[in-house]
Design a protein around this ligand. Structure first.
Ligand code: TYD
Length: 223
């Protein structure tokens, strides 16, 4: 049986550059001969992608914060079961664009549900699965969110879903106070779990940020 793989998650505000960094890290790790699975939330499975569409489409209205949280976890529970655990059991490195910290930041902080219900749902629905390493890309709210909105307007993102004209704007329409709470909640998670969560300044160029991330991953994986 192969040794259990490693689970690495990426977190940050919309427009913090996560998807670019996930791709860059995957390329570097594969160049070292490692087996890498890239995935994301909400989504990552066929059922999860349907839930993603419901959650992110700007025409979806009237979802209560609890319903929103429940849907995030419905997508996640299936994702853990169908993709993440099997890949880890196979010895692969799983790079996941968002995980439960996103729910704690967006629904717990942004929507004001608090930390407790999120951690309880994580325990029940995801067996309390913890990433080996979480890379939290941090930047000013104004900078990140404006970048995400610009990307959606111009549709020039390398990320196919964002560049395909698909409407995934529901969260990006939230106001600055919402994203201020999201960032605050993220930084509180990092302060609570310094062993797992590493805050990386995302103001540099993509290559500079990648170099910092590579160093963190090298230490963790010993590659
Ligand atoms: P994502 O596609 O990663 O957006 P971006 O590339 O702009 O960062 O995530 C979609 C949105 O879903 C994002 O606004 C954050 C939100 N989200 C939550 O509110 N809670 C969650 O648990 C997850 C996974 C995402």
């Amino acid at each position: 049986m192969p040794a259990r793989g490693k689970f690495i998650t990426f977190e940050g505000l919309d427009g913090s550059g996560k998807s670019t960094q996930v791709e860059k890290l995957a390329r570097s790790l594969r160049a070292h001969g490692l087996s890498v699975t890239i995935t994301r939330e909400p989504g990552g499975t066929s059922a999860g992608n349907k839930i993603r569409e419901l959650l992110l489409h700007s025409a979806t209205s009237g979802l209560s914060p609890l319903t929103e949280m429940a849907l995030m976890f419905a997508s996640r529970a299936q994702h853990v079961h169908e993709i993440i655990l099997p890949a880890l059991a196979d010895g692969r490195i799983v790079l996941c664009d968002r995980f439960t910290d996103s729910t704690e930041a967006y629904q717990g902080g942004g929507r004001k549900l608090g930390t407790k219900p999120v951690l309880q749902m994580h325990e029940i629905l995801c067996g309390n699965l913890q990433p080996d390493l979480t890379i939290m890309l941090d930047n000013e709210v104004a900078f990140s969110v404006e970048r995400a909105r610009r990307r959606n307007r111009t549709h020039k993102s390398p990320r196919s879903e964002k560049g395909s004209g698909k409407d995934e704007n529901r969260f990006e329409q939230e106001n600055r106070a919402f994203f201020g709470r999201v960032r605050h909640a993220y930084l509180a998670i990092a302060a609570r779990e310094p062993q797992r969560v590493h805050v990386v300044n995302a103001r540099g160029t993509p290559s500079e940020t990648h170099a910092v991330i590579m160093e963190l991953v090298r230490k963790k994986l010993k590659v």
